[in-house]
Design a protein around this ligand. Structure first.
Ligand SMILES: *Cc1c(COP(=O)(O)O)cnc(C)c1O
Length: 396
């Protein structure tokens, strides 16, 4: 934050596309390098004790990390950002805001790793974690308790792409001590900016769309409240789960093209969802861009596009889904999402295997696509190949 005030140009007044390329990323003051350098150093020289250029030790602050924090804060229209070694490290850092006795409301199909961290680690410290369907505002109202500290929203959710009304939940939380945290990983700030809809904090796994090239793991939190910043900044340094400078640089590099990538991800995913909806082998398609999706209207209101994630169930159960997932060539069979390349995965036995037997359990015949930015003709042809691999006996 200090660094930002030293700068001349107010990038916040510019368009999203311009901010993605320039905010926090002005030419290096020391050398004129146009791109923010990878400050691969663990420590910084002091002219005398305490006399330095704002950096002392790289766990506390590193210029490449400062640039990333400033860039994402500008994109989310927040006052500050804090970067972490992973999305889950960011979640863990937010948990340092909790006290024993506090209660957390988590969406019933929260990211599996988030659920695991809250239910198996954070809950050990006297914190109660409850899962509810946050797309049902009556259920949220009923579940709020005086000791609720976080309402933890993901939208669209994973893997069913349920849509949560951010402004609606924000209105419920407004007169309550709880903070509304939105995990904005699936939408990216290009398509959805939760702070402008009333959220208190936004969290990202920069591993996904922000990085965008499946080559880095990272996390970020953005907010406006200065006191919350001070607490989190203290814990970022105290607990030390910080990203290295190369990781920050890779995320920054990805962010420069976020706007054009999200446009193409969204267009390709819409075409894929419409194609799948017409196939006999497909039982049901989950994509907020389809008019019959239950969250379509809210998504159209709070997002400027529907992003690149599409889930669908196949007739023929587990066997059909396993056969289709093994038959693609353009789509790589892999966990994760948000990169330029298309990925397919089988949540019941991959990303969501750890939530079997909980409220987050998913159907065995469900497949999830992270639709990439390859040519749409090649993507559709690949899905035709996958569906053709489903054994006919399985469909009957
Ligand atoms: C991947 C992911 C996370 C966790 O992020 P990591 O970078 O893998 O630690 C959290 N939330 C969502 C929605 C994710 O997709």
């Amino acid at each position: 934050m200090e660094r930002e005030r030293e700068r001349g140009h107010d990038w916040r007044a510019t368009s999203f596309e311009t901010r993605a390329i320039h905010a926090g990323q002005e030419p290096d003051p020391a050398t004129g390098a146009v791109i923010v350098p990878i400050y691969q150093t663990s420590t910084f020289v002091q002219e005398a004790v305490g006399v330095h250029k704002g950096y002392e030790y790289a766990r506390t602050d590193n210029p490449t990390r400062s640039a990333l924090q400033e860039a994402v804060a500008a994109l989310e229209e927040g006052a500050w950002g804090l970067a972490y070694a992973s999305g889950l490290a960011a979640t863990q850092n937010l948990a340092y805001l909790l006290e024993p006795g506090d209660h957390v409301l988590l969406s019933d199909d929260a990211y599996g790793g988030t659920y695991r961290l809250f239910a198996k680690v954070i809950a050990r410290y006297g914190i109660t974690v409850e899962q509810v369907d946050l797309s049902d505002l009556d259920a949220v109202r009923a579940a709020l308790r005086p000791e609720t500290k976080f309402v933890w929203v993901e939208t669209p959710t994973n893997p069913y792409l349920k849509v949560v009304d951010i402004a609606g939940v924000a209105a419920l939380v407004q007169d309550h001590p709880a903070m509304l945290v939105v995990d904005n990983t699936f939408a990216s700030p290009y398509l959805q900016r939760p702070l402008t809809l009333g959220a208190d904090l936004v969290l990202h796994s920069t591993t996904k769309y922000l990085g965008g090239h499946s080559d880095v793991v990272g996390g970020l939190v953005v907010g406006n409240d200065r006191a919350v910043y001070e607490t989190l900044k203290f814990h970022q340094n105290a607990a030390g789960a910080v990203p290295g400078p190369l990781d920050c640089w890779l995320a920054l590099r990805g962010i420069k093209t976020l706007a054009v990538r999200m446009e193409r991800h969204s267009a390709n995913a819409q075409a894929v969802a419409e194609f799948l909806g017409e196939q006999d082998a497909v039982e049901r398609v989950y994509y907020p861009g389809l008019p019959d999706h239950p969250g379509h209207e809210i998504a159209a209101r709070q997002m400027s596009g529907f992003s690149g994630m599409v889930s669908f169930t196949l007739r023929g159960g587990y066997e059909a889904a396993a056969a289709a997932a093994a038959a693609t060539r353009v789509f790589a069979l892999a966990e994760s999402l948000g990169g330029v390349e298309s990925l397919i995965e089988h949540p019941g036995v991959m990303t969501h295997a750890s939530v079997a037997g909980t409220k987050g359990e998913v159907a065995p015949n469900l497949l999830r696509l992270s639709v990439g930015i390859e040519g749409i003709g090649d993507i559709i042809e690949d899905l035709e190949r996958a569906l053709a691999a489903v054994p006919v006996a399985a469909i009957r």
